[in-house]
Design a protein around this ligand. Structure first.
Ligand code: OAD
Length: 260
C-alpha cells in the first residue's frame, strides 16, 4: 500500500488510530532522534551528528580502547555527563503512556541513555547496551558502581575481575556482536506484532534496521516518525513527518481521546 505522509499532528488519520487501538502487540524501535530534543546529539546528521565530528573507529571500537583507553574512557565520561545534565523529553514520556493505551507494547531502542526506563517504560530492550553500566574489558563481567567510586582517579579504572582488565562502558562498539538473547527477543516481538513504530532512527545500522522490516514482512503495518524520510520509510504505511517529541504525544493524546 502506498505510503501516506502526515505533517499535521492535529490531524492523525482514523485508520492509523484504529490500527493502534486494535493491535494485540505494538513494537517501537527508537533511535538517537528520540533523544535529540533532550539535547543529546544524534550520530549521522551533517554538522551536528557525533560521527560528523568524531571518528567512530577512534572512539567506539575495541581496537581504539586497546590502543588508547584513556581517550575512549574520557569520551564516554563526557557523554555520561551530557546525559546526566539532560532528561527524558515528551516523546519518551508518551511512549511510557502508550503502554497503557495498547494491549501490549515492546520498546526496542538503539539508545544507550536509559531514558525510556527513566520515563517509565517497562518492557525495554536496549540493543546497544547502557552507557551507565560498566563491564570488564577482558571478561565482560559487570562492575559495580562502588568499585568504580573507589578507583575514581584512574582513567579508566582497573577491573576487579581480571588483572589485565579495565572498566569500559557496557555498550556495543563497532565490530562487536549484540547480546544474542536481546536481539532474539527483539526479532520475536517484531515478527509477532501488528504495528511497528520506528521513531528517530536513520535505519543505517544493522541488525537494528532489519527489525521493523522483519515486522512488515510478517504482516505488520509500519508508522515511521522522523523529520526526514530515509531507507526505512519506504516500508512505512504512514510517515509522520516531524520530531518525535511532537508526534508521539500527539498519537497518545488522540488515542486517549477516542471513545472506549
Ligand atoms: P542516527 O544519528 O543515524 O539517526 C538519527 C535519526 O533521527 C535521523 O534519521 C534524523 O533524521 C532523526 N531525527 C533527528 N531529530 C529528530 C527528532 N527530533 N525526532 C525524530 N527524529 C529525529 O541515529 P540512529 O539511527 O539511532 O550505535 O543510529 C543507530 C546507531 O548508530 C546508534 O545506536 C549508534 C550509532 O553508531 C552504536 O553506538 C552501536
Amino acid at each position: 500500500m502506498a505510503r501516506e505522509t502526515c505533517s499535521n499532528p492535529k490531524r492523525i488519520p482514523d485508520e492509523l488510530l484504529n490500527c493502534l487501538s486494535e493491535a494485540s502487540k505494538v513494537v517501537v524501535l527508537t533511535g538517537a532522534g528520540v533523544s535529540a530534543e533532550s539535547g543529546i546529539p544524534t550520530f549521522r546528521e551533517a554538522h551536528t551528528g557525533l560521527w560528523a565530528r568524531y571518528d567512530p573507529m577512534e572512539l567506539a571500537s575495541p581496537e581504539a580502547f586497546e590502543r588508547d583507553p584513556s581517550t575512549v574512557w574520557a569520551w564516554y565520561q563526557w557523554r555520561r555527563e551530557l546525559i546526566a545534565r539532560t532528561q527524558p523529553n515528551p516523546g519518551h514520556h508518551a511512549l511510557a503512556e502508550l503502554q497503557h493505551l495498547v494491549t501490549e507494547l515492546v520498546t526496542i531502542t538503539q539508545n544507550v541513555d536509559g531514558f525510556h526506563a527513566l520515563a517509565g517504560s517497562d518492557d525495554v530492550l536496549e540493543l546497544h547496551g547502557n552507557i551507565h553500566r560498566n563491564i570488564c574489558s577482558r571478561t565482560a563481567r559487570q562492575i559495580e558502581a562502588d568499585w568504580l567510586e573507589r578507583h575514581d582517579g584512574h582513567q579508566p579504572p582497573p577491573s576487579p575481575h581480571h588483572r589485565q582488565g579495565l572498566a569500559r562502558p557496557d555498550v556495543v562498539w563497532f565490530g562487536e556482536a549484540l547480546d544474542a538473547a536481546t536481539i532474539e527477543k527483539a526479532f520475536s516481538a517484531a515478527e509477532s506484532c501488528d504495528v511497528v513504530i520506528t521513531a528517530g532512527t536513520s535505519g543505517a545500522v544493522q541488525p537494528a534496521a532489519s527489525i521493523p522490516v522483519a515486522a512488515v514482512r510478517a504482516g505488520a503495518v509500519m508508522i515511521d516518525i522522523n523529520p526526514e524520510p530515509n531507507e526505512l520509510s519506504r516500508f512505512a504505511r504512514w510517515h509522520l513527518a516531524g520530531p518525535s517529541a511532537t508526534w508521539l504525544p500527539a498519537l497518545v493524546e488522540a488515542l486517549d481521546r477516542r471513545p472506549a
